[in-house]
Write a protein that binds this ligand. Sequence first.
Ligand SMILES: Nc1ncnc2c1ncn2[C@@H]1O[C@H](COP(=O)(O)OP(=O)(O)OP(=O)(O)O)[C@@H](O)[C@H]1O
Ligand SMILES: [Mg+2]
Length: 319
Amino acid sequence: MITVEDLVKDFGPKRAVNRVSFSVQKGEILGFLGPNGAGKSTTMRMITGFFPPTSGRVVVGGHDIGENPIPAKRLIGYLPESAPCYSDMTVHGFLAFAAEMRGLHGAAREQAIQRVVGLCFLESVLHQSVDTLSKGFRHRTCLAQSLIHDPPILVLDEPTDGLDPNQKHEIRQLLKRFGRDKAIIFSTHILEEVDAVCSRAIIIDRGQVVANGTPAELRARHELAGSVSLRVQGTAAETVRTKLHALPAAGRVVVQGDAATVTARVYPRDKPVNGDLARSLSELAQREGWRLDELRTEEGRLDDVFRSITRPETAKGAE
Ligand SMILES: Nc1ncnc2c1ncn2[C@@H]1O[C@H](COP(=O)(O)OP(=O)(O)OP(=O)(O)O)[C@@H](O)[C@H]1O
Ligand SMILES: [Mg+2]
């Protein structure tokens, strides 16, 4: 549904987006991550035809957005960054305007408004002027605008920005539901959102794609991913160390503590990892009669992966 090929955007001497390529299919929810100024909004603006790329190409539903903008834009619902709305309109007036722009008139227009007002929880502010709305309601009004024509493609620049935790949850649920039969790309700084919603995530840094994978694949890039930590009571650290080293599934072993409490982290000998290491550690503890009061497999933390990929110099000593 969306194909981005070798996209470049220069602002004067500054290259904001540098040879970005990816695609999003129907049924996919792509999370777009990256530090402030990485080029997320700029990429989204080019995808939606807000401005042209310096070079490269965007194809939306088979239409080149530069050569054939009208049919391409018909397919897209776009929530721009910081949710711009016409502030002197009421919420209903603004949504009616958005509906008319999308070619919906009369009963179809009112039906479309009703639908998005329900989806974005705007009933209580329908006749309020946009400039008197709180930030979250203003954001939801702009999100409602992007959904008004029920487009097959959504490009949402920080759709949960400024929402309270309940609304964040509701909007994530909405995205998940829409994600079944639409192609969605959305940017976010909330990494738990990636886990909760995305089928795939792209991390962009200084204009370039630095990671592209499922949330699980990204987590697996964490240096601790797949390692198992355990805490043993009443066995000498040296004994624990020797036994752990002798385990065929174990790679590097780090043991700390004394006889009262020994904590250890065991890294798998081979990657990729499944539950093998944890299972053999648990069997070892049983065989040796260790008093085990913790055994935990580290799945990898997305925020550490994000930091190590986008700011290598600050990622040291993450444990
Ligand atoms: N119209 C513009 N003119 C000049 N520079 C721009 C313009 N728009 C964006 N930039 C620059 O391009 C770079 C990428 O900006 P962009 O807004 O795409 O970042 P972002 O990833 O969306 O960041 P954030 O997380 O803060 O929203 C930044 O250095 C920004 O200053
Ligand atoms: Mg942005």
